[in-house]
Design a protein around this ligand. Structure first.
Ligand SMILES: [Zn+2]
Ligand SMILES: [Zn+2]
Length: 153
């Protein structure tokens, strides 16, 4: 049973690096803009979060459920490459969690199920930070079409 609650880093996220996430079981690229996070309910638990998952590569499975930590409704997320459960989605955040953190990251990936690859900024080959990616930025498409700096902004 996964822990609930969105990550606790509501605002520092802009200074965090962006990473792609890959399924440990089949190496499917399950997220193109992930962020390292600590769980709000338990700061010892590290996971990855995102605001925008690629729905072609993952799928919600089963029914909504709640855990003991709060009243968030969550549903498990499976990798479409292999079918393993690799994280969960908060389908309906509870009021406490919404108050504590409103960074819009309601998709979590478990560290035991996915591994990260840090993204580099193509201009200066430094790590790409969340502050540097525009809203609605789809890294997959932009890399494929070479449209950084033009269409994406
Ligand atoms: Zn909650
Ligand atoms: Zn997989």
């Amino acid at each position: 049973m996964p822990p609930t609650c969105p990550p606790s880093n509501a605002h520092p996220s802009r200074s965090k690096s962006v990473c792609r996430l890959y399924c440990r079981y089949c190496h499917n690229n399950v997220c193109s803009r992930g962020m390292r996070a600590l769980l709000l309910a338990d700061n010892r638990i590290e996971l990855f979060s995102t605001d925008m998952p690629p729905m072609l590569r993952i799928q919600l499975v089963g029914m909504d459920y709640t855990t003991r930590s709060c009243r968030c409704k969550i549903r498990n997320v499976a990798c479409l490459g292999c079918g393993n459960e690799i994280g969960y989605h908060i389908t309906q955040p509870c009021s406490e969690c919404l108050k504590a953190c409103n960074n819009g990251h309601f998709w979590m990936f478990l560290t035991e199920s996915v591994y990260p690859v840090d993204l580099k900024d193509q201009k200066n080959s430094a790590l790409m930070m969340w502050a540097n990616i525009p809203q609605e930025y789809d890294l997959d498409e932009c890399v494929a079409y070479g449209c950084r700096d033009t269409i994406c902004r």
